[in-house]
Design a protein around this ligand. Structure first.
Ligand SMILES: [Ca+2]
Ligand SMILES: [Ca+2]
Ligand SMILES: [Ca+2]
Ligand SMILES: [Ca+2]
Length: 412
């Protein structure tokens, strides 16, 4: 995939928001495997310092240069950004917290994303962050050893979520390194802007993003034309989901009618992932009343989505964080649902659109925390099967290693 891959949050599958180290689904039989187990890595538990504030986001990917590319962690919190380095290259297991807070990030953040802003130099992730006071976006350029230099651009709009999209020719013309960004704002000042040559461009693109209160920004190539598009998911139960179709890298077409929600239930989380394995990302919403799935039926020229039933054998209606990634060794992506103040639930896909709760067989019950607020997936030990990283609201980290063995019918 051409993009970036960090784990900005949410889907591991969709193009701009996952980790460099997340493996992808394979081409095998797709047998709905439900048998994997996860081992809690006792050397990989981190208790966050009490002064680190509350967790805003958790980025997993390569922040520290080494030959293999073991994923590291950056915590974005209400007091700054902090690096947890993967120790494996020096043969010690666990997360090394000694790099501490990223210099310059002594502020309260509400949104951010980790992307490689310069494909032509190294492949470590840089950061684009939104701080509340003074209100501004900041670019933090990684020197390859998780030491960052920063620049900023003032803007008064708030941001609670940000998604990135490569320019179409970026991977073949890395000297350009141009990216689009969409930010969602709970006060309605949703913004679309570009970063070129590691610099935020002004003025910000004045796209009329109609949606009044944005909850989450997502990105994927929705119609398969090579241009990465954006989705803006509303808060407060609005039925209008805004699609921003990228038509030439210099213009986006706003579409608020293709996906119209039938319910007004408040959205708790949203992700883009391919739930029927046709190569186009579909939209999954977790709401206050359950899940809504909108299946992508777009063609190159026309965006189209249809509502589709999705089946889980456990009801989930709480404050949640979802991640969609392949964790059993088959061709189906699986779903982890983290619930604040309740146990997380691991759903293994058994066929297109159908999931089975295998939490009780995949995890030792005493290992699972009951206050997970964020979950991410990455191949932490680079054994070619994806592992799970969970965090509570303070940034305390628990790592679960996938005991599945890599097989020829699944991940590359
Ligand atoms: Ca597209
Ligand atoms: Ca699909
Ligand atoms: Ca699977
Ligand atoms: Ca692994």
């Amino acid at each position: 995939m051409l993009v970036i891959f960090l784990l900005a949050g949410f889907g591991c599958k969709s193009s701009t928001t996952s980790s460099t180290n997340v493996t992808t689904g394979g081409n095998g039989a797709g047998n709905g495997n439900t048998t994997t187990t996860f081992q809690k890595g006792t050397d990989w538990s981190v208790t966050a310092d009490s002064g680190m504030g509350s967790l805003v986001d958790l980025f997993v990917g390569k922040f520290y240069n080494n030959s293999v590319g073991y994923p590291d962690i950056v915590l974005l919190t209400s007091t700054g950004a902090y690096v947890y380095k993967n120790k494996i290259p020096s043969s010690l297991n666990g997360w090394d917290t000694s790099l501490g807070q990223i210099s310059g990030t002594e502020a309260s953040y509400t949104a951010g994303t980790a992307v490689d802003l310069s494909l032509s130099s190294d492949d470590v992730l840089d950061l684009v962050l939104y701080r509340q006071s003074p209100a501004r976006f900041e670019v933090y350029i990684n020197d390859g050893k998780a030491s960052f230099s920063s620049s900023s651009e003032a803007i008064t709009a708030s941001s609670n979520s940000i998604a990135a999209a490569d320019f179409k020719d970026r991977s073949s013309n890395t000297s350009k390194n141009n990216l689009h960004f969409l930010t969602s704002s709970s006060t309605g000042n949703n913004q679309l802007f570009d970063i070129k040559n590691k610099t935020i461009q002004t003025p910000f693109i004045q796209t009329a993003v109609t949606i009044s209160t944005g909850f989450k920004a997502l990105s994927a190539d929705l119609n398969g034309d090579g241009y990465v598009d954006f989705v803006l998911v509303p808060s407060n139960g609005s039925s209008k989901i805004t699609l921003l179709k990228n038509s030439s890298d210099s213009s986006f077409t706003e579409d608020t009618t293709t996906i119209s929600r039938s319910s007004s239930n408040t959205v708790r989380d949203a992700l883009l992932g391919d739930f029927n394995r046709d190569g186009l990302d579909d939209l999954l919403l977790a709401t206050s009343a359950g899940f809504e799935l909108y299946v992508n039926e777009s063609t190159t020229n026309t965006l189209a989505f249809s509502s589709h039933d999705i089946s889980f054998d456990t009801s989930i209606t709480d404050e949640i964080s979802m991640v969609y990634a392949n964790l059993t060794e088959d061709t189906y992506y699986d779903l982890i649902v983290a619930r604040d103040e309740k146990d997380s639930v691991f759903f293994a896909a058994t066929s297109d659109y159908n999931f089975k709760d295998i939490t009780s067989t995949a995890f030792s019950p005493s290992d699972l925390s009951s206050d997970t607020t964020m979950v991410r997936v990455a191949d932490v030990d680079q054994d070619r099967v994806n592992d799970i990283i969970m965090s509570d609201a303070n940034g305390d980290i628990t790592t679960f290693f996938n005991q599945a063995s890599d097989s020829t019918d699944a991940d590359p």
